[in-house]
Write a protein of this length. Structure first.
Length: 163
């Protein structure tokens, strides 16, 4: 009986160790990159960051919910004029709702951040998207490189064999 009990505890500890040893998932890494990027670009103080992130996270959740209900791009070649008009109106309505969410975010942040940082947030969001795309492309490029052409063969790597 003791053997079964000890085996059960060992298995539980092993499963816990394996679970926590796994690298964080892609979404968690992107979120961590975003938090660091925004905090640096906006020069958020700890007090500002403490108030900013719950408001911004709520904005992102609202935006995500809105995007789930975005009009679907159907095969427009087979649609009637009335259906096309409804689809177009749906696109415009969706864009208006996104703009309204951005306005709400700016209004919610008015007491939390100075106006300069609220304006800079709009630019930082675009800049973050570009940086994330660049980072993902570089990661994919490194992952897809042929065998033997890893990091050490890059000229900017500290152990690159120089002539």
């Amino acid at each position: 009986m003791k053997l079964i009990k000890h085996f059960g505890i060992f298995f539980l500890l092993l499963a816990t160790t394996v679970t926590f040893a796994q690298p964080p998932n892609k979404k968690a890494r992107i979120k961590a990159f975003k938090v660091g990027f925004f905090t640096e670009q906006l020069a958020l103080t700890p007090a500002e960051a403490e108030k900013f992130w719950p408001i911004y996270n709520q904005y992102e959740n609202d935006l995500k919910a809105l995007r789930k209900n975005r009009p679907k791009k159907e095969q427009i070649e087979f649609m009637s004029d009335a259906e096309l008009q409804n689809l177009l109106n749906g696109f415009f309505s969706h864009q208006e709702q996104e703009i309204n969410l951005q306005r709400k975010l700016a209004k919610d942040l008015e007491g939390v951040l100075p106006l300069r940082k609220i304006v800079k947030l709009q630019l930082t969001q675009r800049h973050f998207k570009r940086e994330l795309i660049k980072k993902l492309k570089n990661h994919k490029r490194r992952k897809m490189s042929p065998a033997g052409k890893g990091r050490k063969n890059r000229p900017d790597h500290p152990r690159h064999p120089r002539d």
